[in-house]
Design a protein around this ligand. Structure first.
Ligand code: GLN
Ligand code: ZN
Length: 750
């Protein structure tokens, strides 16, 4: 028993907290999609998954200790739910695999689990549903099997599980739970089951298990910390425990967990460097020379090379505390692409400054080697700096991010573009048909010349305009057919950005994204969207909205330089957008929408950092949008209704109209906005475009009546709750016809 001690005393060793699990060429994505469409049976899927796991271990085998159990067929939170049998009755099917995918994706019989963002990342996890009567039961098979796969290769392995506290804090109450029930109420029952899983791993030979508690990187109440202590006090078994944070400092949780007997921590020393001080201040018995300290000095969230000098200094500080220090990543490497070696078209000087997952493992190994390199990170090349942008930002008028008061703008805008009460519009994109995607791919591969491609896209714009006129919408859009992605489209045209050939990162399930790399100063060299909007406007008498992506969202969905504050980078992006907004205005565009669906995503995990975030995020949006005359309307669009801590920020954007997800929350968001002193107009999404369902006009009219009651008729717009690019025309036409009908009906009543 307990044949492994993952971190031998004294010697500095190497490990990581987790690894990309979709395969270097997205092999798992392909296998999953083949399985879901019936082209690959369960055995075939398992074979593909085993090959991906083998590849992960091949890569990880350069480390002294490899993490295991971080592979997932869909999501690691869903894996944790299955490990404790917290499966909703509606998702139980004949096989565990069928149940798993029913929970992940839903089927004819049942809606899937809700999906939401994982901390301040663009990864989405499935939200477990926990009630007072959820019967937890240990299912250690996955964890044990993946541990043994590593052991069979002769690797020293450390099983990783999502910890019980985070599991319950990330869960939501089951539908039938009483109103005052919180999933965390079940901590003791769940801890008992975790003990069984940990013991099963111990019997399989694991001496040390890592329980990830990323939820402890956020501010936690005294009750939550007490529940944490209660759970961890039960784990004083034969197996040693390290607790991983991964998304900031563990802070006060360090002492709570040590008092409860955990043997060490995996520290995020990129975002949670203050944990070093906290540990230095914690006296014996809270820390000792035997405390495991996994020093997460290599950023698991971004793709820049590590400053080895600085990392080595942090590691040394930890070695002054303990003899059991391992060099590690700050979080799982799940958030970075697999291999930089396949990128051949990066701008001069960039590749040598980047590290993807494989290169990060090399850095970890180098730092664990006492004779390894210790170079500080070199400055960015001079060529990446743009003096003009910097001068312009430094010389900005202090009022550059301010417009005249909303009431004055609203009057000027109504005079310029008379609209009926409750105007109808859409969020921007229209269905991206297979044919459109094919044309874009052909163009990208050089099989379709520019002129043909543009003609094809123009034809699409014309068709989308004709559709909207026929439907009777009031404010039209060009449909965004030319955009592969709402961030990449801009990244490809702005300086300072690079795109990768295969820098895929899992977003959820089989879905991967390829974030652009924002590496240098950002500037616009030519208008990016004006031609399309102006063409669309030339086809109709109705106003056509310009359509841009906001600075915060561009940052959130890119890998962003970390050599200057995000706020400064955001301002550079904002200036480029400001010019685009002005050019749209000059071309005659009366309404310009600047989407910020990621406004909530970048919100810091700790409350203390939030005010500063809200300040720079909203300032950059205003900087982008305040260069226009009062009679030009600025709209924005946000995708979620649970705004929580960003609700004040929505007012601070100072847009004239905000369209917002509301259909699933039954318009509750409107009262929240009112409380946050939001005073301009709102387009509450009355059609949930995430579902193929065509909503009835009555239903949408009822939602609009609620909105009119809450805001008054002058402040309500009628629109779907997001873009239509993932829907089909068969759903879009009747739904929009219903939307127009609903708006007309409610208009007649006011
Ligand atoms: N304008 C974009 C669209 O309609 C907005 C997308 C989004 O909110 N994610 O597709
Ligand atoms: Zn949206």
């Amino acid at each position: 028993m307990n044949t492994t001690t993952a971190v031998p005393a004294g010697r500095l060793t190497s490990t990581a907290l987790g690894y990309p699990r979709i395969g270097p060429n997205r092999e798992l994505k392909r296998a999953l999609e083949a399985h879901w469409s019936g082209r690959l049976d369960a055995d075939g899927l398992e074979a593909a998954a085993a090959a991906v796991r083998a590849g992960m271990l091949d890569d990880l085998s350069v480390l002294d200790t490899v993490p295991t159990g971080t592979f997932s067929l869909y999501d690691h939170v869903l894996d944790a739910a299955f490990a404790v049998d917290a499966v909703a009755p509606r998702h139980r099917r004949e096989t565990a695999l069928a149940s798993y995918f029913a929970a992940a994706r839903g089927d004819d019989a049942a809606a899937p689990l809700e999906m939401t963002k994982w901390f301040d990342t663009n990864y989405h996890y499935l939200v477990p549903e926990i009630g007072p009567d959820t019967e937890f039961k240990a299912n250690p098979d996955k964890a044990v099997a993946e541990f043994l796969e590593a052991r069979e290769r002769g690797l020293d392995a450390r099983p990783v599980l999502l910890g019980p506290v985070s599991f319950l804090l990330l869960a939501k109450p089951a539908a039938n739970a009483p109103a005052d029930f919180r999933p965390l109420d079940r901590i003791v029952d769940l801890a008992v089951v975790y003990v069984e899983i940990i013991n099963a791993l111990g019997r399989a030979g694991a001496g040390l298990v890592q329980l990830d508690e990323p939820a402890l990187c956020a501010d936690r109440t005294r009750e939550e910390l007490a529940a944490t202590a209660e759970a961890y006090l039960r784990f004083n078994e034969d197996v040693e425990i390290v607790v991983g944070g991964g998304y900031g400092p563990l802070g006060v949780a360090l002492e709570v967990l040590r008092s409860a007997g955990v043997e060490g921590f995996a520290l995020d020393l990129v975002r949670g460097r203050s944990d070093i001080e906290t540990l230095e201040e914690l006296q014996s018995p809270h820390v000792s020379r035997e405390t495991y300290l996994l020093a997460g000095v290599v950023d698991g969230r971004n793709i820049w090379r590590t400053d080895l000098a600085r990392a080595a200094a942090d590691i040394e500080r930890l070695q002054r505390i303990s003899d059991r220090v391992a060099v590690s990543s700050s979080s799982s490497l799940l958030h970075v692409p697999v291999d930089l070696a396949v990128e051949h078209d990066l701008p001069e000087g960039l590749a040598e400054r980047l590290a993807f997952a494989r290169q990060k493992l090399e850095e970890i190994v180098a730092l664990a080697d006492p004779d390894g390199p210790r170079d500080a990170r070199p400055e960015s090349p001079e060529a990446w700096r743009d003096a003009a942008v910097r001068e312009r930002l430094a010389a900005l008028d202090p009022g550059a991010d301010r417009r005249v008061p909303y009431a004055d703008r609203a009057a000027a805008q109504a005079a310029r573009v008379p609209l009926p009460a409750i105007p109808t519009t859409t969020i921007g994109s229209f269905p991206q048909t297979a044919e459109l995607r094919k044309a874009r791919a052909a163009h990208r591969q050089g099989l379709m010349i520019d002129a043909d491609y543009r003609a094809r896209m123009r034809a699409e714009v014309a068709a989308v305009i004709a559709e909207q006129e026929h439907l009777g919408l009031d404010v039209l859009v060009h449909g965004e057919p030319e955009r592969n992605d709402m961030v990449q489209y801009f990244a490809e045209q702005l300086t300072g950005f690079a795109t990768t050939a295969a820098g895929w990162v899992q977003s959820y399930g089989s879905r991967c994204v390829r974030p652009p790399v924002l590496y240098g100063d950002v500037a616009r060299t030519a208008p990016m969207t004006v031609e399309w909007t102006a063409y669309a406007q030339s086809l109709t008498e109705k106003p056509v909205k310009g359509m841009l992506t906001g600075p915060v969202t561009i940052l959130a969905w890119s890998f962003v330089r970390d050599d200057q504050p995000l706020a400064d980078t955001a301002d550079q992006v904002a200036l480029a957008l400001r010019d685009e907004v002005r050019d749209l205005e000059a071309a005659g565009t009366a309404i310009i929408q600047v989407d910020e669906p990621a406004l909530r995503e970048l919100l810091p995990v700790r409350a203390a950092a939030r005010a500063a975030y809200r300040d720079w995020a909203t300032r950059s949006f205003r900087l982008a949008t305040s260069g226009v005359r009062p009679e030009t309307a600025i709209h924005t669009h946000l995708c979620y209704s649970e705004f929580g801590e960003v609700i004040d920020a929505i007012s601070a954007l100072d847009a004239d109209v905000t369209s917002i997800e509301a259909s699933r929350s039954k318009m509750e968001v409107l009262t929240d906005l009112d409380r946050a002193r939001y005073r301009s107009a709102v387009g509450p999404g009355v059609w949930d475009i995430h579902s193929p369902r065509v909503p009835a006009a009555d239903e949408m009219a009822a939602a609009l009546r609620l909105a009119v009651a809450a805001l008054g008729p002058g402040r309500v717009w009628a629109n779907p709750d997001c873009g239509l690019k993932t829907r089909r025309y068969e759903e879009v036409r009747p739904s929009l016809a219903g939307l127009v009908e609903a708006a007309r009906a409610v208009r007649a009543e006011v």
